[in-house]
Design a binder for this molecule. Structure first.
Ligand SMILES: Nc1ncnc2c1ncn2[C@@H]1O[C@H](COP(=O)(O)OP(=O)(O)O)[C@@H](O)[C@H]1O
Ligand SMILES: N[C@@H](CCC(=O)OP(=O)(O)O)C(=O)O
Length: 278
């Protein structure tokens, strides 16, 4: 791998802090494994509270944050624990319908403690592809921010079919960034960032800290996910990076499962930054 692509963690620290603090509008995407406990599917309430404290701190500095959250299926699947097999499509949709209420209640309760309201927006790819629907979604997002409410987006898993679904919230987050001219997309995941190969397959894989061009060499590093309720692995994260950076937006992949995940990035924790083409 080119040495240009792999840089030391220490050089990223001040940059991450300044870059995140100077973003006017950020999209923060939360992967399924962060919000729902992998075993029980229960919402990781104490962790969520620390994420919300991070987000509230960003708003206090005059920044705007839009959340894109996964986890409806992971959390709602606990209602199907009696089935000793993976869920069928219609069961997943049902799990999503139930889990979505649970995760939104948790977000709402947590933000309310800090004096913030929330607004739920459920989208499919059609909603973003169609100009009228896209403009309606954008208008609602802007209005929510205007009244000081935090927009919380997920894919509309109930109505999405194979033809019209994103299937993963990585690309949805990037398309939302494009829609609202965000400066940075943060994908909070279960790994430190993009590695030279899947670190679960090879513990010696190296973290790529900066990507300035998504070359075939970079694409070849990305594999799929083994996690039960996750969708795209690194493959869809790279697709998201292409969408975001082509729209002039920076993108970060970082591990989000520890407390205060955004502060961790600002403090120079490991991550991969993708930059728009020069
Ligand atoms: N090159 C790679 N670098 C890092 N992770 C990789 C890579 N290739 C595949 N993966 C897998 O992608 C997973 C992250 O994607 P995913 O499980 O879909 O997360 P999320 O639920 O946050 O979207 C990692 O846990 C890892 O198993
Ligand atoms: N819309 C689905 C999320 C699908 C998805 O992208 O999951 P993930 O790969 O964990 O971000 C849900 O809420 O369960």
């Amino acid at each position: 791998m080119s040495s240009l692509l792999v840089q030391q963690r220490s050089t990223a620290a001040p940059t991450s802090s300044i870059r995140l603090a100077s973003a006017r509008r950020l999209i923060v995407k939360i992967g399924s494994a962060l919000i729902g406990d992998a075993e029980t599917g229960e919402i990781r309430g104490p962790w969520l509270e620390t994420l919300i404290e991070d987000v509230v701190r960003f708003f206090a500095r005059g920044q705007q944050v839009i959340l894109v959250t996964s986890g409806a299926v992971a959390v709602g699947s606990s209602h199907f624990n009696h089935l000793d097999r993976s869920l069928r499509v219609e069961e997943k949709k049902t799990a999503a319908a139930m889990g979505q209420v649970q995760i939104m209640c948790a977000y709402e309760r947590s933000f309310r403690r800090h004096g913030f309201g929330v607004g739920q927006i459920l989208l499919t790819r059609e909603d973003i592809d169609d100009q009228h629907r896209r403009l309606n979604a954008a208008s609602t997002l802007h209005q929510l921010l205007k009244v000081g409410a935090v927009p919380i987006i997920n894919e509309n898993d109930t109505t999405a079919t194979a033809e019209i679904c994103f299937g993963d919230n990585d690309r949805l987050a990037a398309r939302v960034a494009q829609l609202v001219n965000a400066d940075v997309v943060v994908l909070l995941s279960n790994v430190d960032g993009l590695f030279s190969e899947n670190p679960h397959d090879n513990p010696a894989a190296r973290l790529v800290t900066q990507v300035r061009c998504i070359t075939p060499e970079i694409e070849a590093m990305a594999g799929h996910s083994l996690a039960r309720h996750s969708s795209g692995g690194m493959v869809t994260k790279l697709m998201a990076a292409r969408i975001a950076t082509d729209a002039g937006c920076e993108m970060i992949i970082a591990r989000g499962d520890k407390s205060y995940p955004l502060a961790a990035i600002e403090n120079g924790g490991p991550s991969t930054w993708f930059f728009p083409p020069l």
